[in-house]
Design a protein around this ligand. Structure first.
Ligand code: SF4
Length: 231
């Protein structure tokens, strides 16, 4: 499928979207990109807000998740729960290598020795394949999460993957995310109540202590702070 680099009706919009409420951004993105919009979800708290905001719209974006094969059992349970709750099937995007193949080719527990390669094989490359041919993807990243996300904009051209990127929650705080989940009775991962504000793969995520950075439990003890999807 080919898609014009800048949809004609988008020309005047990018700056105008800054400061828009998240529900208006979601509605705009769905109207602008239609079925060529993908909603990336790790089923973390932010992504649950996005799913809840997008669910009433038609056409719905393509809801997908990167199944590294190493997600928490609670996350897999939540995915099934979300599919039932919203009557919205989530596309499972898997790596080319099974965990057995990865261990055979790269050695066991690659995430302990070379998490960048592990993330590339199990997240970045599958994402790249899945986004091919799409016009835009929507994510739940927030500026406050990591240094790499500080300059994120509501709408930006993602030169890495070659499509538009829509980030409706960029200026939200963690507290605002939690408040939304509570006020709208949105399904969410029970691990959020056990010290896991940010939930990735099981081998690379630990609980955080009170007062710690919410993402301190991701790749704890390593310099790595991003899986490579949002750079
Ligand atoms: S988060 Fe950890 S286990 Fe998951 S893909 Fe990255 S390095 Fe591998």
């Amino acid at each position: 499928m080919s898609w014009p680099e800048i949809p004609p009706h988008l020309d005047a919009q990018p700056e105008g979207l800054e400061g828009w409420p998240a529900d208006a951004v979601v509605a705009w993105a769905i109207a602008a990109f239609g079925s060529h919009l993908a909603l990336a979800s790790s089923f973390g708290a932010e992504d649950m807000v996005l799913i809840d905001l997008a669910a009433p719209h038609r056409p719905r974006p393509n809801l997908f998740y990167l199944d590294t094969g190493l997600l928490f059992p609670e996350t897999y349970d939540l995915i099934r729960q979300v599919e039932r709750h919203y009557q919205w099937p989530a596309t499972r995007v898997a790596p080319e290598l099974t965990l057995v193949d990865q261990a055979r080719n790269f050695g066991p527990s690659l995430w302990e020795r070379d998490p960048d390669t592990c993330c590339r094989l199990r997240k970045v490359e599958p994402l790249q394949r899945h986004l091919r041919g799409k016009a835009a993807w929507m994510t739940g990243i927030r500026r406050a999460q990591t240094p790499a996300r500080r300059k994120a904009r509501v709408l930006e051209w993602d030169s890495r993957f070659g499509l538009w990127k829509v980030n409706p929650l960029v200026d939200w705080s963690w507290e605002a995310v939690l408040a939304y989940l509570q006020q709208h009775a949105v399904p969410h991962n029970p691990l959020h109540h056990s010290g896991y504000p940010s939930i990735g793969c099981l081998p690379c995520t630990t609980a955080v202590a009170t007062g710690e950075d919410p993402r301190a439990g991701r790749w704890r003890g390593q310099v790595k702070t991003e899986c490579g999807l949002h750079q």
